[in-house]
Structure formats: C-alpha cells, structure tokens
Design a binder for this molecule. Structure first.
Ligand code: GDD
Length: 334
C-alpha cells in the first residue's frame, strides 16, 4: 500500500446501491472518506457510481469476485450491508435468507482473511430481531440480553454476528457489531411499514390506485430511527466503537404502528380510507420492540437528530416524486 493510501480512509460498502447503502455512501463521502461499493450485477445496466461511491458489481456469494474487489480497493474499513432485509418476506424465503445473510457474510470473511486484509475494520449490521420476543416489562432492550430470535431473518442476523465475531477472535479482525432497530427514510423500498403506507397514499393521491389503504398489524410498537441518523451511527462506530462489542442503534421511543399510519394520513392531500389486509399479517410478530442506545451514545457521542414526523414527511415526499415521475414517463411513452 502506498503512503498516501495509508493516510487516506478508503471504505468498501457491500450493498451500496440499496436503501441504507446509498445513505451510508453519502455520509462517508461527507466525512472525507473515499468510498467504493458493491452491488449485485444487473444484466444490461451498468452503473459506475452511486452517490459518491465507485461501484463494483459482485454477488455477495462470489468469493473470487469479492477477493478481486478487495485487492483493488484496499479498504481501510468495510461496511457489510448486503443481504435480505425484509422480515416479512424472510418467512416465505427462509433458505434464501440464510444463504444470502449467513453464507454471504462467510464468503466476505473468507475473502478478507485469505488475502490477509485483517487490518481493515469490518462493521456487520445485525438487527433488533436477534433478541426475539422480549416481555414489555424487560424493555428497553440492552445489548447484554441473550439472543433468542424467533424470525428466520433475526436468526440469520444472529448467525452472521456469531460468525463475524469468531473470525475476529481467530484472525484478529477488528469487527464492529451494530444492531439497528427499525429505520425509515426516503428511498426505502416497499415491504417496510412506513414505505408501504406512504407509497399507497401517494398512489391514491395521484389516482394510480384506489382507496382503501391496506394495512397489517397496527398494534405492534416499534422503535424507529431515521436512516440518516442510522448511517451516522455506523460511521461513528467505525471511528470510535469498541471492536467485538454489540451496539444497539435506536431512538429508545416505542411508536405504535397505528401512530405511523395516523401521521401519514394527516399529511395526505385527501382523506384516505383504511382496510385490514390478512396478507400483510405475519405468522409471528413481536408486539413491542424498544431499545436502549446508551452504550452507543456513551462510546461515540451519537444521538438521533431527525424527528419521526420529519422522516415520515420525507418518505411521503419521496413516493410522491417517484410515482409522479414514473407516471409522467409512462404518459410520454417509450
Ligand atoms: N411491512 C409492513 N407492511 N409492516 C406492517 C404493515 C404493512 O403494510 N402493516 C403493519 N405492519 C407492521 C408489521 O407487522 C411490524 O409489526 C411493523 O409494522 C414494522 O414492520 P416493518 O417496517 O416491516 O419492520 P420490521 O420490524 O419487520 O423490520 C425492520 O426492522 C428490523 C429491526 O427491528 C427492518 O428494517 C429490518 O431489516 C430490521 O432489522
């Protein structure tokens, strides 16, 4: 490695073109880091950049390709975001979830240690789903709580974390562990509650879909953080976190899903009728998740900055713009 590369921070973000990846690339670039990212190959579409990151195409299961990218980029820090993140869909795609989230992480770890790149810090992104169902009176959840995931997604994230920490102990890799609770923000795809609701509202406003807005379980309570605050936490963790120690990333405030719906409906341009949809109910849905981010705040000075109401306004604006632009291009034709 040349001396200028030694001084300059260089990040590799797996899953850089995804919802969180894009926000993270922007955050890292703003901190003066040179950012590279991986994204899955999309036949016929070659994209060189996302936000400020140079993109490299790679399946996360393709160790050879990952090895080549690591050699080329020579990252000083690696953020492993690639994976399946939809908790509801993971119930239907259990094997695929384990294959991508666990095996994919193994391929990355093997690529790193095989070429001896153990000086690079690695952030693995777990989930509050790793804790499983926690009685309300034992919340907010702290990181020392034993992991007991109920969902395939939560189990895949717990496996990923154990795997990465084993490589850390065995090979001296600096592994940072984040356990984010729910996050939302502009650019999030459907399959996540804020985007599911906001997209439907925007589609109804634009006359693309008819009311009612379809919803699942409204009684669940979740701890939401804006994605822009979440990625600040990831960058702070790489800079100031303790390797091998897990950190919750959350706001510490439980919000009923019914309130998310209420805030979004209040921001709508018209009255929106609502209907329950059994397809949107999950086989098992943890009733309440609220975390403590005390450890993260103490070690890094991080705290959430963006209010939930602002996040939801931004998500709705994102869907209005996205569906509006799609509608305009459909009217223009090919
Ligand atoms: N997605 C969705 N769509 N969820 C709905 C809907 C709907 O139409 N209606 C109600 N819900 C309820 C779900 O049943 C769940 O209780 C809650 O809203 C939140 O769902 P999501 O936003 O999809 O998040 P999640 O809790 O399943 O998972 C998210 O948070 C995890 C951390 O706790 C994801 O971001 C995961 O990747 C993340 O790890």
């Amino acid at each position: 490695m040349s001396s200028s590369q030694q001084q300059q921070r260089r990040a590799l973000v797996t899953g850089a073109a995804g919802f969180v990846g894009r926000h993270l690339c922007r955050e890292l670039a703003a901190r003066g880091v040179i950012v590279h990212g991986t994204r899955r190959p999309h036949p016929g579409q070659s994209v060189a950049m996302v936000e400020a990151a140079m993109l490299h195409e790679a399946e996360i299961s393709d160790r050879e390709r990952l090895t080549a990218i690591l050699r080329e980029v020579e990252p000083t820090e690696i953020y492993h975001l690639a994976g399946l993140a939809d908790v509801g869909a993971a119930w239907r795609q259990r094997e695929q979830t384990y294959r991508v989230n666990v095996w994919g992480c193994l391929e990355l770890l093997e690529a790193i240690v095989t070429i001896g790149m153990t000086n690079a810090s690695l952030l693995v992104v777990g989930s509050s789903e790793e804790y499983g169902t926690v009685p309300a009176e034992e919340q907010p959840i702290h990181e020392d709580r034993p992991l007991a995931p109920r969902s395939p997604y939560g189990a895949s994230k717990a496996c990923q974390e154990i795997l990465a920490c084993q490589y850390a102990r065995a090979f001296g890799l600096g592994v940072l562990v984040a356990r984010p609770f729910n996050h939302a923000g502009p650019g999030q795809q459907t399959g996540f509650v804020c985007s599911d609701f906001a997209r439907q509202i925007a589609a109804i406003e634009l006359g693309l879909e008819e009311a009612p807005l379809r919803v699942g379980n409204l009684s669940a309570q979740r701890d939401f953080t804006d994605v822009r605050d979440v990625v600040r936490a990831y960058a702070d963790l790489i800079e100031k976190g303790r390797p091998g120690v897990a950190y919750n990333v959350c706001s510490g405030r439980p919000v009923p899903i019914e309130d998310i719906l209420g805030i979004l409906r209040e921001s709508a341009h018209q009255r929106i009728a609502v209907a329950r949809d059994s397809e949107r109910m999950r086989p098992s849905d943890t009733p309440i998740f609220v975390g403590s981010s005390e450890r993260l705040q103490r070690d890094t000075g991080w705290s959430p900055q963006i209010a939930l109401e602002q996040t939801l306004r931004d998500v709705l604006a994102y869907w209005r713009a996205t569906l509006g632009a799609e509608g305009a291009s459909a009217r223009r034709g090919p």
